[in-house]
Design a protein around this ligand. Structure first.
Ligand code: ADP
Ligand code: MG
Length: 247
């Protein structure tokens, strides 16, 4: 497997406060990496740096060997990365199919008919056939989040970033969204996933990375991380999830 993403000695500061310090991560094509850590430890900031939504103060981020900051072809490189957020951020006045096909048509200049055909195929795969003309407000949270996933997929990213995509959902809708992501893993997609769903993390991860206070405190295969974490910090963190593990 070749390396799709390399984060080397990444440092991110907001003003004087250092949020990420000397972060090193490699993700190979086809790998699923789950990022865990307490609230405020820097998980979202890390994904935002990888998606070039934040400037960085040190180190480098390479996608397919190309530096996302210094390359003159930044937009080409960035089309290789897709991100799905907790707040789906769909355009409220556009129906499902228009929300999905806006970027492929405007950014990638793809013909309307071709983009809509792919959108329909993807909607079918996430169980939303027939909802093409619905407005976001006519959908449940779980349905909106599946539309947001399709909107990322239609751009054909090589790396998909998920930032707590089920955190705002009612419990009964969490599963339908996680199943879509599990399906993407089965298809061999390369993904970095921030989640607090520990059973899901265990099931989907090839590797778990735990961050605390802006540094990586542990990196391990899921079997090891969840049963015999090496660091005290990971043990302590996992002990706060006993309820879910029992359930
Ligand atoms: P997590 O996703 O792990 O909960 P974040 O990456 O959102 O954590 O935040 C990490 C730290 O960076 C927090 O202390 C947060 O307050 C701070 N932070 C995040 N975004 C900004 C910003 N735009 N300006 C200043 N501080 C920020
Ligand atoms: Mg976050």
């Amino acid at each position: 497997m070749s390396e799709l993403l390399e984060v080397k000695h990444l440092t991110k500061r907001f003003g004087d406060s250092s949020v990420l310090e000397d972060i090193n991560i490699t993700v190979k094509k086809g790998e699923v990496v789950v990022i865990l850590g307490p609230s405020g430890c820097g998980k979202s900031t890390l994904l935002r740096c990888i998606n070039a939504l934040e400037d960085i103060q040190g180190g480098e981020i390479l996608i397919d060997g190309e530096n996302i900051v210094r390359s003159p072809k930044t937009s080409d490189i960035m089309s290789k990365v897709g991100m799905v957020f907790q707040s789906y951020d769909l355009f409220p006045h556009l129906n499902v199919i228009d929300n999905i096909t806006l970027a492929p048509r405007k950014v990638q200049k793809r013909p309307k008919a071709e983009a809509e055909e792919e959108a329909r195929e993807l909607l079918k795969r996430v169980g939303l056939s027939g909802r093409e003309k619905s407005l976001p407000r006519e959908l449940s949270g779980g349905q909106k989040q599946r539309v947001a996933i399709v909107r990322a997929l239609i751009m054909h990213p090589e790396l998909l970033l998920f930032d707590e995509v089920t955190a705002a959902l009612d419990p009964e809708m969490v599963r339908e969204v996680l199943e879509v992501i599990l399906d993407l893993a089965k298809q061999g997609r390369t993904m970095m996933i921030v989640t607090h769903e520990m059973q899901f993390a265990k099931a989907i991860a090839d590797r778990v990375i735990m961050i605390d206070s802006g540094t990586i405190v542990e990196e391990a295969p899921p079997e090891q991380f969840f049963t015999a974490p090496a660091s005290e910090r990971a043990k302590q963190f996992l002990s706060t999830f006993t309820y879910e593990n029992v359930r």
